[in-house]
Write a protein that binds this ligand. Sequence first.
Ligand code: FE
Ligand code: CA
Length: 527
Amino acid sequence: MSGTGFQRGGASRRGVLAGMAAGLAAPAIVRAQTLFVDTPFQLGVASGDPSPDGFVIWTRLAPRPLEQHGGMPMAPVEVDYEVAADERFKTVVAKGSTLARPELGHSVHVEIAGLQPHRPYWYRFHIGRERSLTGRARTLPAPGSALERVRFVAGGCQNYEQGLYTAYRHVAEEDLDFFWHYGDYIYEERATPTATDHASGLPIPPIRVHVGDEPYSLDDYRLRYAQYKLDTDLQAAHAAHSWWVTWDDHEIDNNWASQWDQDGTPPEIFNLRRQAAAQAYYENMPLRKTSFPHGTAIQIFRRAAYGDLLNAHFLDTRQFRMDQPCGDNFKPVCPEALASDRTIMGAEEERWLFDGLAKSPTRWNLIANQVMMMPLDRRYADQHEAIWNMDSWAGYPAARKRLLDHIEAHDIKNVVVATGDEHQNYAGELRSGGRPDGKTLAVEFVATSISSGGDGSDLRKGSDVILANNPHLKFVNDQRGYAVCDVGRDVWKTDFRVVDAVSRPSAKIATRASFAVERGAPGLKPA
Ligand code: FE
Ligand code: CA
């Protein structure tokens, strides 16, 4: 362990110039005159959860991100922030200071209010002479205002070891109203320095390696986030756009479900790990106070309206779900899966979604969802029985039927489901009762991963069988990238954007396929 990256008094073993805050006794607030040996803003900035008059701005101080406490002293540190109407900060519209506290990993979440709707703002942080990079945020349109267009990206699944974040560099260059992260922001896997080639099984040079073992404690998760957030492509995507974030499984543990992990850990013990992971998630995301962790719980299902055009319903399909049935993973159907009380959202969130859809006044409804909703027979060869992914909505068919019945009963003809988790692109139709041959009620776009799964190829082996067995599935692709959704008044267009590689830098982006949905006539059309 080397010295702290933050110099107080003259005690530095490195003999670096001492700060002028000398003499301040811990736990006094450390003020702006203090000098850092290394810049404390190495993890970038972010904005999120926009409202018509503001948004959250975020940063986390870490002069030595991979060292204990990120190289910060165990004291609250004062951070100044400013928000401007222009990129050069000539017209500052909000400023102040806040405390980065050790209890929250020296993260900063400032809720800005009182701004104009539907326009960009620029923000940055200072501590004395240290200045963060500049981020751009965007307020929501005024409620109910007439809007011609909303453009957003669905993306997520960013396993650090499996690929570079080149896709994020391209996200930063997209013209967007918002970025939605569907989950798997970190992966909790231990470092795997010996990579092997999928096909040959022979060792290959790893692209990059996780620091340390699988995280369990709060400090473990903080370290994992710090490593991910050092990536400048990811920082660029945060700095360029306001984000809506939701989590999936890997923010805590693969395929967790409510209080159950996949290893049969007693719930009261797994809950200790959940609590650590939930706090680290809050600390590292641009979330509002309304998402502040309480024990294991974080409120992250929430809604945002983009004028009269789009209502976005952001789901949390992890925190309140029943345990996966039939032994989890890809399995033949067993009676447990078919129980009528299966729930993936829990009663409260389900009611919230159903009410929100029934009362939604906007021209479109986005269900921002984590795991695949459409029923998909996963047989990729001549297996005898249908195979379902029990971690997706396939493990909760009664919940899927309730939602589709609700959409059908209320004649809601403008629903688009966007999803992640699969590490592949898919486009398909959601049909009456969840039956592949029912009447089409809504469509689902599954956005591929930013990096998880490595370079990939156009079609994974067996995908032709899956396309043939699932008539409601219209498209599948196994490259890395993200989905751009361009929402107009009458037509919703989705572009599946893919990079040609994640194993080497500077890969190009291209649109692999585009689909259109006409408002009032659910179904997929090539665009
Ligand atoms: Fe993933
Ligand atoms: Ca996942």
